[in-house]
Design a protein around this ligand. Sequence first.
Ligand code: AMP
Ligand code: MG
Length: 542
Amino acid sequence: MGSGKERAWKTQGIKEFFFTGNNDIMKVMETIVKKIDKNNIDADIIQEAGDILRRGGLVAFPTETVYGLGANALEEKAAKKTYAAKGRPSDNPLIVHIADYEDLRRIAVNIPPGTDALAAHFWPGPLTMIFWKSDVVPYGTTGGLETVAVRMPSDPAALALIRAAGGFVSAPSANTSGRPSPTTAEHVIHDLNGKIDMVIDGGAVDIGVESTILDMTVSPPMILRPGAVTAEMFAEVIGPVDVDRTILDAESGIRPKAPGMKYRHYAPKARLMIVEGDIREEILAIRQLAYAAHRRKKKIGIIATSETLPFYNYGIIKNAGTRENEKTIARNLYKVLREFDQEDAEVIYSESFAVQGIGKAVMNRLEKAAGHQKITAADIVKLQKYRRIIFVSGTDSARGPIAAELLRNQDLEQEYVVDSRGMVVLFPEPVNQKAEAVMRSVGMTMEPHISQQFEGENILDDTLVLTMEESQKDKLRSEYENIRNIYTLNEFTEDTTEIPNPYGKPLTAYGECLEVMEKLIAELAEKLNSSAEGEKEWGKYM
Ligand code: AMP
Ligand code: MG
């Protein structure tokens, strides 16, 4: 490369790459990127983009839902180009975008009553309606169908561009087929650079999931794809509408009515699985899976929310938005899926979100991205008996904290929250200095520990309480009826070696105590690992 000839092509805007070994020539164009300000649209840029579309070229542009890949909707050849650039199967029809309501009558016939009311309420906006097509719409645009999908977007730049292009712009999402839809110009460039003429960069989109598709050729109209305009919103304007059963149900075995909905859309490269249950179960299950995956050196991702983010420790943890407002999750979903690709996640676990309002669209896209792979949280949660282990000693200043720190340093097949507590803690204190000294001699420290009184109220069924002495166990048992799993450390490890109490004795006594403790905690770890049920199961989930 770099020959005079190659440079000449470059100045024409076309580079040609010759692949030795075969005679294939792949044309790569220079994609122009132009930034626009939605509040102050540069008319020259819109003119330039409109001209490209009129000449049969491809221009990606922002809409309020996702970025669209625009082409002249009334030209057969332009549709072919669109399919080629996206790598999209050509039986998957395109949506025709208009800017003026009167234009609907040029491309659609037998427009049913109710359309005016729907358009008045939801256009411009995230609603696509399907009508019988007129003769001016080529079959290339409709994927061979007699119907045409029409939308009027609300983004001001999109509207200006549609007008500049002559009024009818077909625009599927501007991504490579099968990849998550683009919600920023960077996403478009990542997928389509060199394959299209121009990208108009209007910043991040508002809604983040594709438009609602409503089939107006049936009565009552039927939702073929959920989006920001919901069934409840339609009902208020035209009465009840039907919903295609395939939207949230993979098992139905019925062909979706929108041809595009049958493909494994929106998919990240990683295996994505949706974890379902109540939110506490989902968190526990994802924690278990993430820990197991981390131990196997798998690169895992977690789709979480602002509310649940702090509960996760392992993997690439992403905040999709807040559970208080499903719109935030819709806005971030595709971005998050793309980020996991960039960071080479191998497996992604996602929490489930409420299926209400736009949440229905979110779960629909997530399920498609997951290829409908779901995990029942309860199935995972039940594989782990203990999640929290509390060591109880007299004052929580030597034996208890030593046991806890030793256990934290064991190689454990499951994740545990390990704590220690005292029977009688008058005020919070750092650990005994001699205890700390012997721990340091074996390369550990209890520096952050502050002694704490045992309290019964946060004991759950998955808490294991281990005392140093029989009398401590008896006392706690009689005091707290809700403690189910309480044993002496000797009892639980089935090792009767007495744990000496070094309190008030010289350093050597602490050393002897540590030695016994090291043996017991190693046995404890072994026992916990041998009963870690998940070990045989994880393969299915990662
Ligand atoms: P996209 O442009 O990527 O948002 O995808 C367009 C979606 O609209 C695809 O799922 C298509 O199958 C669907 N669609 C477009 N035209 C029609 C039509 N005439 N009938 C049914 N679905 C359609
Ligand atoms: Mg798409």
